[in-house]
Design a protein around this ligand. Structure first.
Ligand SMILES: [Zn+2]
Length: 212
């Protein structure tokens, strides 16, 4: 029997081995190595399970993160769409507001133009009337109604407050025409001869040229 010096695989002490395949110095070390192997086996298995659990946690966290990103992206897309829609609505509103302002302006301008046209007609008649030596009462009546009617007309209430001929119509033309008409009516005169002052005549002529 050949005895060789060996190192125990469990306690690392040297021992004299009777067999060439001996690994341990004693039965206790063999038992210790066996228990250690079992222990390692379970430790490894636990570690593997633990690693697997961690790996799954990581995968789960990654998939949750992906979901969150997808939801965030959907939210961003929705917000973008809403913002674009709002932009469209705002643009449309601006266009509509501008159109309405233009329509208002045109309507007002047309009313002023119509009012000026009517005023010019009345003043022309008045000047013609003034230039005749004798004018029938019905013509005075008609002209008076035309001019006083002008101020009660729909134009009167819808005209802008800064309408440039208002002062002239209200303060000069209407009082003058009413006075003429009342005077003629109660005199039972059938033919009249109205004399306008040079000052008033100049005023009428100025207004006529302004209306042009
Ligand atoms: Zn040993």
């Amino acid at each position: 029997m050949k005895i060789t010096n060996k190192q125990c695989e469990y306690c690392n002490n040297e021992f004299k081995a009777k067999r060439t395949d001996a690994k341990f110095c004693s039965g206790a070390c063999r038992q210790g190595a066996y228990l250690e192997r079992i222990d390692n086996y379970y430790n490894n298995r636990n570690n593997e399970n633990h690693n697997e659990a961690i790996r799954r946690e990581v995968l789960f966290a990654e998939s949750e993160k992906r979901k969150e990103n997808q939801i965030a992206q959907i939210k961003r897309n929705k917000q973008d769409q809403e913002a674009k829609m709002q932009e469209k609505i705002d643009g449309f509103k601006n266009v509509m507001n501008e159109a309405i302002e233009n329509i208002k302006l045109m309507a007002t301008k047309r009313i002023v133009d119509d009012a000026n046209k009517l005023l010019k007609e009345c003043l022309t008649q008045l000047l013609e009337f003034e230039q005749q030596d004798e004018t029938p009462l019905y013509k005075v009546n008609w002209l008076c109604e035309r001019i006083t009617g002008f101020t009660n007309d729909r134009y009167y209430t819808t005209l802008p407050s800064d309408y440039k001929h208002f002062g002239f119509i209200e303060n000069v033309l209407v009082p003058k025409m009413v006075k003429w008409y009342q005077g003629l009516k109660y005199s039972r005169e059938r033919r009249v001869n109205v004399v306008l002052s040079d000052e008033l005549k100049a005023k009428f002529t100025d207004v006529l040229s302004e209306i042009d």
